[in-house]
Ligand binder design. Structure first.
Ligand SMILES: [Zn+2]
Length: 282
């Protein structure tokens, strides 16, 4: 049985197999800061495993969701009640998306954002070592939400602390609180998300406590995918109807000396150069 840093942490296995078995069968792992992030950012992994007996998506939610905004039906909920609601919503998503497991690490955001606190890194390292997934989805490192950055950096540290044989073949940074359409097309990882659009819509719609106040994350997430598919290539008929973009972070795992910040800023430099080149003749 997994022993996590926080007492209230939980490994939820929808189909009831043992924790060891649930983690060991993982092929695709998504690590997000909040309840609902995985469904927005890691749909490629969820769909790759949906209805596939040999492939399993495992989700990790790093924070407790206690500080989340609340409105309408939830306006009078205190932090503890809100945490319970958000955990229940994430479990509903795990059923609908047929996840192999969801780990709730239950850290306060302040812990996750603290570069000197390695407790989240330690829990993540234990989970990744048990799961040894082929692909890992994390927040992209140009995201504007500090807790997303903290979650992604705690994960990168956890991955780099593992021996190379235990690391995934692919690590991708995904879109939530900032799109990645600004990247050069040659830098983009393209997630084709046309299959099971009904399931995708359900997955983002389940998180009622986040949507009810008027923040239509469900519509916005589906709209972003549709917009990306339409505007990705200007010349041809759309090959895909639904797309998310990712930043390939795998080089950070194959080369431990690669500076994280310099690697990410390289993408911005190439974007800036492309804008400069377009304007130069004028
Ligand atoms: Zn989030």
């Amino acid at each position: 049985m997994m022993i996590f840093s926080i007492v209230s942490a939980e490994l939820f296995v929808p189909d009831g197999v043992s924790e060891v078995e649930a983690l060991a069968r993982t092929t695709h792992l998504g690590i997000g800061a909040h309840q609902d992030d995985l469904e927005i950012m890691a749909l490629e992994g969820i769909l790759a495993c949906f209805g596939q007996p040999e492939k399993w998506f495992t989700g990790v939610v790093v924070t407790d969701g206690g500080g989340s905004p609340r409105d309408s039906l939830y306006a009078r909920y205190n932090d503890e009640e809100m945490k319970a609601v958000r955990r229940r919503e994430q479990k509903k998503a795990a059923y609908v998306g047929e996840y192999g497991a969801v780990a709730f690490l239950d850290f306060p955001s302040s812990t996750v954002k603290d570069p000197n606190n390695s407790a989240p890194q330690n829990d993540l390292q234990m989970l990744i070592a048990a799961a040894q997934p082929e692909v890992v989805y994390i927040h992209n490192l140009a995201d504007k939400h500090p807790t997303h950055i903290g979650t992604a950096m705690q994960t990168i540290r956890a991955l780099r602390a593992l021996p190379k044989v235990q690391r995934p073949k692919r690590l991708v940074g995904c879109e939530v609180w900032r799109d990645l359409d600004w990247m050069l097309d040659t830098d983009k990882v393209v997630f084709q998300l046309d299959e099971h659009e009904n399931i995708a819509l359900s997955l983002v719609g389940i998180f009622d406590s986040q949507i009810v106040g008027g923040k239509r994350y469900d519509l916005a997430t589906m709209g972003r995918r549709r917009a990306h598919a339409t505007y990705h290539a200007s010349h041809s008929v759309d090959a895909a109807q639904m797309i998310n973009f990712g930043m390939d972070l795998t080089p950070l795992l194959t080369d431990d000396t690669l500076d994280v910040s310099a690697y990410v800023l390289g993408h911005i430099d190439r974007f800036a150069q492309a804008v400069r080149d377009n304007l130069k003749p004028w």
